[in-house]
Write a protein that binds this ligand. Structure first.
Ligand code: MG
Ligand code: ZN
Length: 445
């Protein structure tokens, strides 16, 4: 069972804080927060803070619908996993946001209720019994018993419940709390498994994946018998095939995977997963440079600013900046977006190199690697991912990738040297890499 906290776990910013800052008394709010866990329980703090909110509920909900941001991938996750959401927030403010995401029916919500009185909001807490462990009315009581629990959370209200879960995704003060106690967890970034995450060039919005192809924006949505693509024609089809990983032939891989205990299990659990490919060669290389040696979060933030600054906007998504455009850009302009000076130089260097991408696509793996690594800033890691995620070469095996090394160590403790291990996976190194990475990241029920 997947259990999610709401504020700052599903939402990007805490909506209780947002409401207090916009409609309540900030001073009381700050004083109360300082006492949290000392002289006041979380419920005491929430009760006191919301007495300072006097706006009508409808007004606050309207404002939240405009200002609250939901983490990428949540709607898809809600539809596929039907999570339980446990929150110290209110049914009255959470449900409109769930409805807006189109997933109100897909989740179970356990939250508090609020009576939005004109002289100050009164909170009715769902549980008032103290937890035996943390001495507060806490979320541990909401967890299903005798079930494997995957818990995702970020804050104080999750401390006790997270310790009771089988697997935890954490960020914020929950992550710090677990660090202090030496408890294992996985970092929570967003809710989706996708190679090139939340970005403006491959934009998830309103349940559709949007990408600019030529002069038009293509929308890909899920349909009962697969996917719906609009518009679909000779120009958009090859791009969509890449985005959906259609170039991979799964059946022979699954057949082959049956003889390996780990892969037999992973291919069953992740049946149908097609690693999404990166459709554009220049975009693939620039994205790899952006991702080198920084957290995924930082990489996406920089990438977003880069796409906004140099890309061309379609309806909602942006076309990724072109080589031609980058040849007119200055190092300073990239540095201003958050690129290190060296990475700015690399990106401009790749644009200036005028690589023959069509020619590259026809070369054997080794030669592609040799041509790419001859360009300053493009190393073996980038070349391997280019083969894996752009060219969909079956034998691509990004042995230098930290995530893949972790996955191999976890699933095959006796693997030894990761590059040499790849030879045992002949000829399905690429699909194996993606399935191992997916197995590492995806919460299982
Ligand atoms: Mg939270
Ligand atoms: Zn507790």
């Amino acid at each position: 069972m997947l259990v999610l906290d709401w504020d700052e776990t599903v939402t990007e910013v805490d909506t209780l804080h947002l409401v207090l800052e916009e409609f309540g008394d900030r001073e009381i709010y700050q004083r109360a927060e300082a006492e949290l866990g000392k002289t006041m329980t979380l419920n005491d703090v929430i009760a006191e803070e919301f007495l300072t909110v006097k706006a009508p509920l409808a007004e606050v909900v309207r404002w939240l619908l405009e200002n609250a941001r939901i983490r990428p991938g949540f709607a898809e996750l809600a539809r596929s996993h039907h999570p339980l959401i446990v929150s110290s927030g209110f049914h009255e403010t959470i449900e409109p946001l769930l409805e807006h995401e189109g997933v109100l029916e897909d989740v179970e919500l356990r939250a508090n209720r609020v009576d939005a009185r004109p002289d100050g909001w009164v909170v009715h807490f769902r549980a008032s019994e103290e937890c035996g462990l943390c001495q507060e009315p806490c979320k541990r009581a909401d967890l299903p018993v005798n079930e494997h629990v995957v818990y995702a959370g970020d804050g104080y209200s999750d401390f006790c419940a997270a310790l009771a879960a089988d697997k935890v995704f954490a960020t914020g003060s929950l992550a710090a709390h677990l660090d202090e106690r030496g408890v294992q967890y996985r970092p929570l970034t967003d809710f989706r498994f996708r190679a090139f995450g939340p970005d403006l060039a491959n934009l998830w919005n309103d349940g559709a994946l949007r990408r600019v192809v030529g002069r038009r924006e293509v929308r890909i949505t899920s349909a009962p018998s697969g996917v719906r693509v609009e518009p679909l024609d000779a120009e958009t089809r090859p791009v969509v095939r890449k985005l959906l990983g259609m170039e991979f032939d799964l059946d022979p891989f699954y057949e082959w995977a049956r003889r390996d205990r780990v892969l037999a299990k992973l291919t069953r659990e992740l049946a149908g997963l097609r690693p999404p490919l990166s459709p554009d060669p220049f975009e693939t290389l620039v994205s790899a440079i952006t991702a080198q040696q920084v957290s995924l979060h930082a990489a996406f933030a920089i990438r977003t600013r880069f796409v906004e600054r140099f890309g061309r906007r379609g309806e909602q998504a942006y076309a990724f900046p072109t080589e031609q455009r980058l040849r007119r850009a200055k190092e300073e302009e990239l540095v201003a977006l958050g690129f290190s000076r060296r990475k700015a130089e690399y990106v401009l260097g790749v644009a200036a190199a005028r690589l023959d991408y069509d020619g590259l696509a026809k070369l054997p793996d080794d030669e592609v690697k040799a041509r790419l690594t001859a360009v300053r800033g493009l190393g073996e890691w980038t070349a391997d991912w280019y083969l894996a995620r752009h060219l969909a070469r079956p034998r691509a095996w990004p042995a230098g990738d930290l995530g893949l090394r972790k996955a191999v160590a976890l699933f095959y403790p006796d693997a030894g040297d990761v590059r040499a291990f790849g030879e045992r996976l002949e000829p399905f190194q690429n699909l194996t890499a993606h399935y191992l990475l997916a197995g590492l990241q995806w919460p299982k029920r």
